[in-house]
Design a binder for this molecule. Structure first.
Ligand SMILES: NC(=O)c1ccc[n+]([C@@H]2O[C@H](COP(=O)([O-])OP(=O)(O)OC[C@H]3O[C@@H](n4cnc5c(N)ncnc54)[C@H](O)[C@@H]3O)[C@@H](O)[C@H]2O)c1
Ligand SMILES: [Zn+2]
Length: 366
């Protein structure tokens, strides 16, 4: 069993991300080591409940912690005001006080919802994250963004609330469907493109193994590198005011539009982002910031992730409408993050027509 600890350096709120195969069994010990003694409310979804949350419950109980599992239905629709309200009610009825701790065991949906409840319940209680999807392990669990959706849009209601620690156990990914794993790897590819050319080369070599989760050393290396980059960026720009954290939006301008235009049903988040990265890499190349060879490497890696096709009825103008609605367009100019070579990104302002061209090109052969 190997263990690594990565730190999210946020002054008094700095916290560790533990990365350890089989680490779930040590949740109770870590909980105590962090000075947490109060009751634990394990928030999870019904799928993860059976697979992993019960083990989390056992680990906490074995450490003498009074703990209880509170499940929500799996899926994005649980990231809602209704479910936040039900959780408040459960916690209040259950007598959870300010010393209590919320332990989120699940994917990004559970993490965002449980974190939001932790940020607001009794004006804020402590919380711990145990991410169980690849996407949540490399992205959603690091950085303290929590929130729920509003009927007018995703992630519009929320708070920054950093956890006490994050525990990543790569073994829990063995039960995750392959499609979800591939989708999560798209976010690893994204951080490599904006910040770490070496990680990009590592993915070129090992992406097929990573999808199959073997060997474990490859999985741990990829997770650790991706988490380190996310942690560094968060430490530099916790609240996304300096522009550094916006670099993580590479692939997301187009990705979000694709998700919205397909009704959030056809594509997983990482799949939409992978399509988005293809388009935004084409745009970077068209502006001369990425060489044709580099763009080809990006396309090749995205291809190996295996994208589901886009519906033939999806037209470029519709996508542009969604992008405009995203409020990033002013006076036919669009703010977007583009690559400057592999491993570097920068926010730029471009005329809308340039994106139109890249959309035509990047969404070809769909
Ligand atoms: N807070 C942030 O910084 C941040 C960053 C990125 C994404 N997000 C949010 O994360 C959400 C998406 O997260 P996600 O992709 O993890 O989705 P998710 O939480 O819906 O999980 C995907 C599916 O996998 C199942 N699952 C989870 N772990 C499993 C396991 N180990 N084995 C088997 N099945 C498992 C879940 O039940 C669910 O059906 C979105 O709401 C997005 O907005 C937040
Ligand atoms: Zn994303």
């Amino acid at each position: 069993m190997s263990a690594r600890t990565l730190w999210v350096e946020l002054g008094e709120r700095r916290y560790p991300v533990y990365l350890e195969a089989g680490g779930l069994e040590e949740l109770g010990e870590l909980y105590r080591q962090h000075g947490l003694q109060g009751r634990a409310a394990i928030v999870t979804d019904r799928t993860v409940e059976k697979l992993h949350a019960r083990r989390a419950l056992r680990a906490l109980k074995e450490a003498g912690i009074d703990a209880q599992v509170i499940p929500v239905p799996p899926g994005e629709s649980s990231k809602s005001w209704e479910w936040a309200d039900r959780l408040y009610t459960r916690l209040l009825w259950g007598g959870f006080d300010r010393e209590s701790v919320i332990v989120a065991v699940g994917g990004g949906v559970v993490g965002d919802l449980a974190g939001f409840v932790a940020a607001t319940y009794l004006r804020g209680v402590r919380w711990v994250q145990v991410p169980t999807t690849l996407l949540a392990q490399v992205d959603a669990s690091v950085g303290g963004k929590t929130g729920i959706n509003h009927r007018l849009g995703k992630n519009l209601i929320g708070a920054f609330h950093q956890p006490r620690f994050v525990l990543i156990d790569p073994q829990v990914l063995e039960t995750l469907p392959e499609r979800e794993r591939r989708s999560g790897i798209a976010e690893v590819l994204k951080v490599s493109l904006v910040r770490d050319a070496e990680l990009f080369a590592f993915l070129e070599e090992h992406v097929d193994g990573l999808i199959r989760l073997e060997p474990p050393a490859v999985v741990e290396e990829a997770l650790a590198r991706a988490v380190r980059i996310k942690a560094e960026i968060v430490a530099e720009d916790e609240r996304e005011v300096k522009g550094v954290r916006t670099l993580l939006n590479f692939g997301h301008t187009v990705g979000h539009a694709l998700e919205a235009a397909t009704g959030y049903r056809l594509l997983l988040h990482g799949e939409a982002v992978a399509w988005g990265m293809r388009v935004e890499a084409a745009l970077s190349r068209a502006r001369g910031a990425l060489s044709p060879e580099e763009e080809e490497r990006v396309r090749a890696l995205v291809h190996r992730l295996g994208l589901p096709p886009l519906p033939p009825a999806l037209d470029i103008e519709t996508l542009m409408e969604y992008i405009r609605r995203d409020k990033k367009v002013r006076a036919a100019k669009l703010r977007i993050v583009l690559l400057r070579g592999i491993g570097h990104a920068e926010p730029v302002e471009i005329p809308e027509v340039e994106l139109l061209g890249a959309l035509r090109e990047g969404l070809q052969s769909r």
